[in-house]
Design a protein around this ligand. Structure first.
Ligand code: NDP
Length: 453
């Protein structure tokens, strides 16, 4: 009989926490999860899932416009924000139920409330103390809101999913994933859309050609870019929000969304009570085993701030459970290389492996294969949207070390390419793969001419 109430106590029922809890429970461990807000965390409730639903919604106006070239007449189209918002909310509620059943059916005890540490083996929720052999912090992250006069009139991505009214004019501050995605969503749903970014091109860290190409496509569609500037102040006026930028420009909008990064969520956890150390920006410090400075306490997902992506948190949870609760299996290490990702801006971006710039640093000789083209659909649709496909090759080993795409459903295409890159496929293997015709994706196996070395 264990001296503890639980083998594992998980704080936070987001992607990483739920995965760890139910996988450990499936191994016969006694597991509890404390959650004070909603089941499924940021991804399900105020992140990936509702964002993708909005993103789907925001593509229809283009489809209506493009239908005429294919013989359709779409005489009238109107967008109703409450319908999209509320249908989305119903779907999220359904998913909350799915998460509840997943946990409870796998034998996890769900404790509703916020937990804080009393010691390295004890947490308290709603005044009750629970002991556990191991405790996992999976509390995620929350939006960072920059300081400027009037920032109380700005919203974060937490609020944007529940707006009472859809803005006629929206301004998004930032140049990361959330900023470019919402700039596209606002524009696609009919708002005048402004992107304000302090750098000279959004999506820092992505392949430079991809950044340039995607920025041009977004601007062609009508998103208004304001680069090398920031918000100086926001004033509330009768007719809207008056935004003054640091370069002196002024804009009147109805909504300001700050998409300026996310910070680890540790407030109220009382980490000191367990001797848990934090690093830069408040991230919980862990070793390769996701173990904190308190040996019985572990952490993973956004709260450790390695890669703020749901599938990364899921993979970290699997490594954690394998190493802590399956002593008969070989120990695993989380592999952070070649993690594919997609940005659901318009058109979508997807990427896996190295950018051209990273490959130039890493290898003596590289080959870059890059093709920008008008997709077949747009020969009739009338749209001037262009797509980009790009492969980066280490010329000595012949391995494809990076793949990048800007275009429709880029994430759907890139998932398969990521398997090939993870398996170490060479350019010759890509070349010997028969294409699927006619698709845009076949470009990845038909690019034969080196664009540059
Ligand atoms: P990001 O870290 O991607 O981008 C933050 C942006 O805000 C950067 O452009 C940054 O500028 C800018 N910024 C930071 N501080 C300030 C400031 N004080 N004033 C003005 N601009 C500022 O964060 P996001 O909020 O977009 O997203 C958070 C994370 O969520 C992402 O990193 C990603 O991992 C994840 N996510 C993933 C998605 C996906 O997979 N599709 C979708 C949405 C989010 P600079 O570039 O100069 O640093």
């Amino acid at each position: 009989m264990s001296q503890f109430d639980f083998d594992l106590f998980v704080i936070g029922a987001g992607s990483g926490g739920v995965r760890a809890a139910r996988t450990a429970a499936a191994l016969g461990k006694k597991v509890a999860v404390a959650e004070g807000r909603f089941l499924g965390g940021t991804c399900v409730n105020i992140g990936c899932v509702p964002k993708k639903l909005f993103s789907y919604g925001s593509h229809f106006h283009e489809e209506f416009a493009q239908a005429a070239g294919f013989g359709w007449s779409v005489s009238h189209s109107d967008f109703d924000w409450p319908t999209l918002r509320d249908n989305k909310t119903k779907e999220i509620e359904r998913l909350n139920g799915v998460y509840h059943n997943l946990l409870v059916n796998s034998g996890v005890r769900l404790i509703e409330g916020y937990a804080h540490f009393e010691s390295a083996h004890e947490v308290s929720v709603n005044g009750t103390t629970y002991s556990a052999e191991k405790i996992l912090i999976a509390t995620g992250s929350e939006p960072f809101m920059p300081e400027f006069p009037g920032n109380e009139y700005a919203v974060s991505s937490d609020a944007v999913f529940y707006l009472d009214e859809f803005p006629k004019r929206a301004l998004v501050l930032g140049g990361g994933y959330i900023a470019v995605e919402f700039a596209g969503i606002f524009h696609g749903l009919g708002a005048e859309s402004h992107l304000v970014y302090r750098g000279d091109q959004p999506l820092k860290g992505f392949d430079e050609e991809v950044r340039q190409f995607a920025s041009e496509e977004m601007q062609k569609k009508g998103v208004q870019f304001h680069l090398n500037t920031n918000i100086a102040s926001v004033e509330k006026q009768a007719s809207g929000l008056l935004v003054t930028l640091t370069d002196g420009e002024t804009l009147e909008v109805d909504l300001v969304l700050c998409a300026t990064g996310r910070v680890p969520k540790t407030e109220g956890l009382e980490l000191d009570a367990a001797g848990i150390k934090q690093g830069k920006g408040g991230k919980v410090l862990v070793n390769d085993e996701f173990q904190t400075s308190a040996p019985s306490v572990f952490a993973l997902g956004d709260v450790i701030n390695r890669m703020q992506l749901t599938p990364v948190a899921l993979a970290e949870a699997m490594v954690f459970v394998n190493n802590q609760f399956q002593p008969d299996l070989p120990a695993k290490q989380m592999d952070y290389t070649n993690i594919p990702t997609a940005v659901f801006c318009h058109p979508n971006i997807a990427t896996v492996g190295m950018s051209e710039e990273e490959a130039r640093e890493a290898f003596d000789r590289i080959e870059v294969y890059s093709a920008g083209f008008r997709p077949m659909k747009h020969t009739l649709s009338g749209s001037d949207e262009r797509h980009l496909m790009k492969l980066v090759v280490d010329a000595d080993s012949r391995k494809v070390v990076g793949a990048h795409m800007v275009g429709t459903d880029a994430g759907e295409v890139m998932q398969g390419i990521a398997v090939a890159i993870k398996a170490g496929a060479t350019k010759e293997i890509f070349d010997s793969t028969v294409g699927i015709h006619p698709t845009g994706a076949e470009e990845f196996v038909t690019m034969r001419t080196v664009s540059r070395n």
